[in-house]
Ligand binder design. Structure first.
Ligand code: GLU
Length: 305
């Protein structure tokens, strides 16, 4: 496995050089585009890694799957999906158009920004701090890492420039989709996106999903099986933005990417894979990371299809 991961990084690197870090959140543009790392965790908790697997980066949209699981555990599937849909969009992750043109203003799914901001507002807690602490302690369990916290500079950077997310949230408040005050929801969402992890943390989270909710290290059930299944389905249909279709053909694994350069993937019953490469392609996915996953999936015949 170690050699396979070294080969996967070498395969992915030339593609990483073609991408660029996200710039619309100014702090993210400072990331080193040459970084590329991968980590794998098996169902028995064995770990392998290669490349820049220890470099820390912000979860961005990879956090959306954790927030969704927590919101469903807090409020129930019925409530969450009375406010957010289950369909892929084919539009970019931050698109606003469907909110107004669809008959109901319900965001189409919980993986696009609109849906994720709504989901955020359903997380239980007395105030933002309480909700954030609950979310972070859940993510710490999923990643089996007690040190996880959020990056203040990235949070501030998005908070000062997140006009479009503010527009989405205000629109949804008007349409009675989100709970609570708009600014509180955004403050939680921006901090959630800035939670810092490394490729190994994402691989661990992928392994929990691959094991239907069970920690590969402690054996503890962290997520009910039906919720793990539901989240993996969203990862297949909408996890890679509007490139989810091609990714399903080429890699064939439930995966979620983020503009921080991370991708979390789950090979059901086999392993979790975390990749990190901040140079993004035109759809906002890690350019090198996608290739690393493509290489591993084809060599180990991991596609679920
Ligand atoms: N914080 C980012 C945003 O809301 C997350 C986007 C992403 O990773 O797709 O724009």
């Amino acid at each position: 496995m170690k050699n396979l991961l070294i080969d996967a990084i070498n395969f992915g690197l030339p593609y990483a050089y073609e991408g660029k870090p996200a710039a619309y959140i100014p702090e993210l543009s400072k990331m080193n585009p040459k970084h590329l790392g991968v980590a794998v965790v098996s169902m028995k908790g064995e770990m392998w890694y290669s490349g820049d697997s220890e470099v820390r980066f912000t979860m961005q949209s990879t956090s959306k799957i954790a927030a969704l699981m927590l919101a469903i555990m807090d409020r129930g599937e019925q409530y969450v999906f009375s406010k957010v849909g289950m369909e892929p969009t084919g539009d970019p992750f931050n698109s606003i158009i469907k909110l107004e043109t669809m008959k109901s203003a319900k965001p189409l799914n919980p993986m696009i920004n609109a849906g994720a901001i709504a989901v955020n507002s359903f997380i239980a807690g007395a105030n933002i701090e309480d909700k954030l602490n609950r979310l972070i302690s859940f993510i710490r369990k999923l990643c089996h890492n007690d040190k996880i916290w959020f990056n203040e500079a990235v949070y501030k950077s998005e908070n000062t420039t997140g006009y479009r997310n503010r527009a989405l949230a205000n629109f949804m408040k008007d349409a009675n989709i989100i709970d609570g005050e708009v600014e509180d929801v955004l403050q939680l969402y921006f901090r959630q996106c800035a939670i810092e992890v490394n490729a190994m943390d994402l691989a661990m989270m992928g392994a929990v999903l691959a094991g239907d909710g069970k920690s590969p290290v402690t054996g503890e059930i962290l997520i009910p099986k039906n919720i793990a299944r539901l989240v993996k389905t969203f990862m297949v249909t909408c996890g890679m933005y509007d490139a989810s279709g091609e990714f399903a053909v080429r890699v064939g694994l439930p995966s979620k990417s983020g503009v921080g350069g991370g991708i979390v993937a789950a090979a059901p019953g086999k392993m979790g894979i975390g990749v990190f490469g901040p140079a993004l392609d035109s759809k906002g996915n890690s350019a090198g990371g996608i290739k690393v996953l493509e290489y591993i999936s084809s060599k180990l015949d991991l596609s679920i299809f």
